[in-house]
Write a protein that binds this ligand. Structure first.
Ligand code: UDP
Length: 451
């Protein structure tokens, strides 16, 4: 059967952001290992370089005109514009691919936020599958929000009783945990959610999660959509692939090699979060005062008004040179798997969350926007492998959080639970595990729709 699959092509369409590119490339590699040829159709910004990849991968460009930098401030507007501007050129792109000799397309798999792809697939009579880079619980919340009136919701949410009300069928989530922060004005956001649901014509959904993390939300999703749902996560253990848009600084591994086991706090807020200079100063002071060694990722441009770290006062470099190390971009999975790692202070992006759980590393959770808040809630209250850091960034709070995570008695329980969860996740991708089986089912489906 796998021999037959060798000639079958799958087209992948990522959203051009790191946290979306990485898992869809991992999916591509997993399918490639099962014998499929992969075509990645990507926009002009944030392109994954073809040199990083394997044979069996082809890259084509969808010309579009929305600068990715717009996402940081106006995520909803960015996604809507991208969908409007890309549709026509994507159609041309598929038409060209179909003309190429031997380019038999079995299916278009597209990031859920690239919903324009659905119409193209329909036009060319090609099967399509949605790829979701967030959790099933996030989908549940989006479905709840899409049914609400934004004006009424805003008024209702001023009432503390409404804020603390549990969302039906979503224990322990309360209305105040719903993923609305950082998404801009609510009406366009709710409209986007409705648009995504309306344009859903795909015949299946692939999702980077696994049943041991959120079984009941996955059952809900399956029932709600009425089409097959394939939870394949964590994809990065199923198939690793190099897809970093920024250059990884491997020197930090040498620094980690010199640190004591389980002592280092690794701090990274992903590819999009922005911070103010005063908050970074408080953060570094707190890390330094905790007495634990710290590895800090500061992305170029992530401190507002500064190219990199030049806006930070002199005392920061003194503290870093005594007990810390700063990089612009880390080889995160390698860092999380290093024996010196004691904890991960994260923004709780879904990829970072999965990567941390897979390495059994407990977390300090400081969500910035959207579904990160949900992930943080689950990390702290459901899986109980992390603690939340809330309120203003302040050195005393940071110091206490690091000590709770790495030094205090509480840290043992966190580590133990993280270890147990890690084993469950690893089992899910091993032969006979739920994600392993879901991948087999997906491969069967792709072969079936093709022949
Ligand atoms: N990442 C990395 N090096 C860094 C920081 C992040 O390789 O210094 C990777 C991380 O491993 C993850 C991705 O960038 O795969 C970030 O995705 P996530 O969903 O956690 O957050 P986002 O960037 O979408 O907010």
């Amino acid at each position: 059967m796998e021999k037959r699959a060798e000639k079958i092509r799958v087209v992948l369409v990522p959203l051009p952001l790191q946290g979306h590119i990485t898992p869809i490339m991992q999916l591509g590699k997993a399918l490639n290992l099962k014998g499929f040829s992969i075509t990645v159709a990507q926009g002009e910004c944030n392109q994954v370089s073809s040199s990083q990849h394997l044979s069996g991968f082809q890259f084509v460009t969808i010309p579009e005109t929305v600068p990715v930098s717009q996402y940081e401030r106006r995520p909803v507007e960015f996604v809507m514009k991208l969908n409007k501007t890309s549709e026509a050129s994507f159609k041309d792109c598929i038409a060209q691919l179909l003309l190429q000799q031997g380019s038999d397309i079995a299916c278009i798999i597209y990031d859920e936020l690239m919903y324009f792809c659905g119409a193209t697939a329909k036009e060319f009579n090609l099967p399509s599958i949605i790829f979701s880079t967030t959790t099933a619980t996030h989908k549940f919340c989006c479905s709840v929000l899409s049914k609400l009136n934004s004006k009424k919701f805003l008024i209702d949410m001023q009432d503390p009783e409404v804020q603390d009300k549990e969302v039906e069928n979503l224990h322990p989530l309360r209305y105040k945990d719903l993923p609305t922060s950082g998404m801009g004005p609510l009406e366009p956001y709710f409209e986007l959610l409705r648009e995504i649901i309306k344009k859903r014509t795909a015949s299946a959904v692939i999702i980077n999660t696994t049943s041991c993390l959120e079984n009941s939300s996955l059952s809900w999703l399956q029932q709600e959509l009425g089409i097959p749902v394939y939870p394949l996560g964590p994809l990065h253990i199923l198939s690793s692939v190099k897809s970093s848009l920024l250059k990884e600084d491997k020197n930090c591994i040498e620094w980690l090699n010199k640190q004591k086991p389980k002592s280092v706090i690794y701090v990274s807020f992903g590819s999009l979060a922005l911070m103010e200079t005063k908050d970074v100063l408080e953060m570094v002071c707190g890390l330094f005062n905790s007495n634990q060694p710290f590895l800090l990722v500061i992305r170029p441009g992530s401190i507002l008004g500064s190219e990199w770290i030049e806006s930070l006062p002199e005392e920061v470099s003194k503290m870093v040179s005594k007990r810390g190390y700063i990089v612009k971009w880390a080889p995160q999975i390698e860092v999380l798997g290093h024996p010196a790692l004691g904890g991960f202070w994260s923004h709780c992006g879904w990829n970072s969350t999965l990567e941390s759980i897979v390495e059994g590393v407990p977390m300090i959770c400081m969500p910035f926007i959207g579904e990160q808040k949900l992930n943080a809630k689950y990390i702290e209250s459901v899986w109980r492998v992390g603690i939340k850091l809330e309120g203003e960034m302040e050195r005393g709070g940071v110091e206490r959080a690091v000590k709770r995570l790495i030094v205090d008695e509480e840290s043992e329980g966190l580590r133990e639970r993280a270890h147990v969860l890690r084993e469950k996740l690893k089992a899910s991708v091993r032969s006979g595990g739920s994600s392993y089986n879901a991948l087999d089912e997906l491969v069967k489906m792709l072969n079936f729709v093709h022949y």
